[in-house]
Every structure is written in structure tokens, then in C-alpha cells.
Ligand binder design. Structure first.
Ligand SMILES: [Zn+2]
Ligand SMILES: [Zn+2]
Length: 265
């Protein structure tokens, strides 16, 4: 049992219901207790568009997901703070639905994995162009302005599939995202799951992950009021906390980012 962890909260935790992660919410909660965490938020991919059948259904959300977390709250609330969340995309037409979800949850994480371009859904993990980056920034800013979200997951996810250079256009798109997060009091997330995907070089020859992307976070340092959260985004129990978590903690320290451990939800 390792009680020397350097980060005692994690708000981004998946489970088997999204079909690409392992374990029940209670498995992560029990692991967090063993590791010496003070708080954990469960935030699997939320049910959204009916055609996204690879995600948990609304019935599973109520009957399995919330039930499991509520049982853990009853059992473990003396040992750890437990929060109920979901990670979900933002599309304006679902605004009412986000408010409905929030009556059952402590928070929503905005994770814009899919863009809506000319009515078609574009997967951010498959393709990214400069035009799509503008669209990503616009959709994220709209989402943040909706006030439905407390955390912006991997704000720099657009760098994952983009093979162009970091330039003024990307900086401008990033500034819009950062400024909207500040304006709406949303935490920007340093995503440890992105750091698991390995290092590359930026155009200056510096080491960076594809996300968290060094140039994006250098820009964040120019906004001292930004609130930053480090999240595991774990899909496996072993990834709740490990060496990669500590690499991201060190990265945040080097840049002197304003990391908040315990969030106001
Ligand atoms: Zn995500
Ligand atoms: Zn996630």
C-alpha cells in the first residue's frame, strides 16, 4: 500500500460501461482508498446521442452506474469523498438534457471528442485539420458558456491528430478556449491518459506529449488565474495513479501551473 502519492484527488474515472474500460465504479473507489486518495469522482462517458450505442445507455446510467456509486457512497463515505460525474460532448440541442443529468450528478466534464460539422459527426481521434481546430475551439467555447460543465477534459486534444506546426492560428484558438474557461470558472485538465501515448518533439525540438501539448500549456502560464486540475482519465485500475501521473505532476510544477487538488463542485 503506497500512502506517498503526490496527488490525492482524481475526478476523471471511467468504468466498463463505456465498453473500452475495465471495472465497476466501486473497483476504482476501493483502489483509491487503498492508494490513500482523499477524493474520487467517477466520470464515465455519458449517454448522449441514441445512435452512439457503444456507450452506456440511459438505463445503465440509472440502474447500474448511479446505483453502484450510491452504494459506494453509503459504504465508504467515512474513508473518501466520492463524487458523481460524467464526461460528455456539448451540442447546443442537448442543453435541457445536460440540466436533467445535473439533477442526478455533482458535475459534468466537457470532453469534445466528436465535432458536428455540417450536420455530420467528425471523430477528433481520427482526423484534425486547421479548419477543424477552429470548429473544436468554437464548440468548446459554446460548451463552456453553457455553464453546464465544471471541468474541460484534455483542452488540447486537437493536437492528437494534427500534424501541422503550432502557430498563431492555433494560439488564437487556444486563447479562446483558455479565456472561456476562466470566464466560466471551469478547470482546465492536464490529462494523464494523453501522456500515456508517448513523447514527440514540438517544432522547437522540445519534448512534448501530443496532449498535454507543451505549447498549449506554456500559453496557459500567461493566464495566472487559470485553474488547472490533473486527472487520470483512467480506463484501467492500475492507471488511477502511477509513474505517468508523477511525470504530469512534474510537468505542471516546471511550468508553475495553478494546480488545484480538491475542486469546488
Ligand atoms: Zn475524453
Ligand atoms: Zn475520459
Amino acid at each position: 500500500m503506497d500512502k506517498n502519492i503526490k496527488l490525492k484527488y482524481n475526478y476523471h474515472t471511467h468504468c466498463y460501461l463505456c465498453n473500452h474500460a475495465e471495472g465497476y465504479p466501486h473497483d476504482y473507489i476501493e483502489r483509491a482508498i487503498k492508494l490513500g486518495f482523499r477524493g474520487i469522482g467517477i466520470s464515465d462517458h455519458g449517454p448522449l446521442r441514441p445512435e452512439w450505442t457503444h456507450r452506456m445507455s440511459y438505463d445503465d446510467f440509472i440502474n447500474i452506474y448511479l446505483k453502484d456509486i450510491d452504494e459506494s457512497i453509503n459504504k465508504y463515505s467515512d474513508c473518501i469523498e466520492i463524487y458523481k460525474g460524467l464526461e460528455i460532448e456539448y451540442y447546443e440541442e442537448y442543453t435541457f438534457y445536460y440540466h436533467t443529468l445535473l439533477t442526478k450528478l455533482d458535475y459534468l466534464i466537457l470532453g469534445q471528442h466528436a465535432l458536428k460539422i455540417n450536420g455530420k459527426i467528425v471523430d477528433v481521434f481520427q482526423k484534425m485539420t486547421k479548419e477543424y481546430i477552429y470548429e473544436y475551439a468554437n464548440e468548446v467555447v459554446e460548451g463552456l458558456n453553457s455553464k453546464c460543465f465544471k471541468i474541460l477534459a484534455h483542452p488540447d486534444l486537437f493536437m492528437y491528430k494534427y500534424d501541422g506546426k503550432w502557430d498563431k492560428d492555433l494560439e488564437l484558438a487556444s486563447r479562446k478556449i483558455i479565456e472561456a474557461a476562466i470566464k466560466n470558472d471551469v478547470y482546465l485538465e492536464l490529462n494523464v491518459n494523453g501522456a500515456r501515448r508517448g513523447l514527440i518533439k514540438n517544432f522547437l525540438g522540445e519534448d512534448t506529449w501530443k496532449y498535454p501539448y507543451l505549447d498549449f500549456w506554456k500559453l496557459v502560464t500567461k493566464y495566472k488565474e487559470t485553474k488547472v486540475v490533473i486527472n487520470a482519465d483512467c480506463h484501467k485500475l492500475d492507471y488511477l495513479y502511477d509513474d505517468v501521473t508523477e511525470e504530469v505532476i512534474d510537468f505542471a510544477k516546471k511550468l508553475n501551473l495553478n494546480v488545484i487538488e480538491r475542486l469546488e463542485l
